[in-house]
Design a protein around this ligand. Structure first.
Ligand code: HEC
Length: 120
């Protein structure tokens, strides 16, 4: 009888640990995705965006943004919206795309994101 209780407790502890393993990181992931950094409101200034891209992006993404060391950005607007682009440019990807937060102002990044989001 005692053995039965012990194995019952053991089973319960294992089940509890399993539930924790799957739910705790899952929840963190969801809150991260629900709270993206807010993109400041800007009106698109295409000339300024192009100038910034020439200065900061074409070394890796190509003269015509056709791709190079980094992927082509010519139709990037079909893949990511302005908000997502804002996150990528601000934070980088950890896969070779550097974070531009601190190098460009939030408004400059937002303007670039808006400009790229129209490339479809
Ligand atoms: C040092 C080289 C480098 C520079 C400079 C650079 N990038 Fe990138 N970028 C990359 C690489 C490499 C990737 C692919 C990263 C990955 O897949 O994780 C990337 C990915 C991206 C993506 C996502 C592409 C996709 O298909 O999801 C965007 C958007 C982007 N870059 C925009 C920019 C912009 C805008 C600038 C200029 C402000 C810039 N990058 C400057 C190397 C660079």
């Amino acid at each position: 009888m005692k053995k039965w209780i012990m194995s019952g407790l053991f089973f319960f502890a294992c089940a509890f640990a399993l539930v924790l393993m799957f739910t705790v990181p899952g929840r963190e992931h969801v809150t991260e995705e629900e709270q993206p950094r807010a993109m400041p409101e800007v009106t698109l200034d295409a000339a300024a965006a192009e100038e910034k891209a020439k200065a900061s992006c074409i070394t890796c993404h190509g003269n015509q943004l056709e791709g190079g060391m980094g992927p082509s950005l010519q139709t990037i607007g079909a893949k990511h919206d302005a908000n997502k682009l804002y996150q990528i440019i601000s934070e980088g990807t950890g896969g070779g795309m550097p974070a531009f937060e601190g190098q460009l102002t939030e408004e400059e990044i937002a303007n670039l994101a808006l400009w790229l989001s129209e490339k479809k």
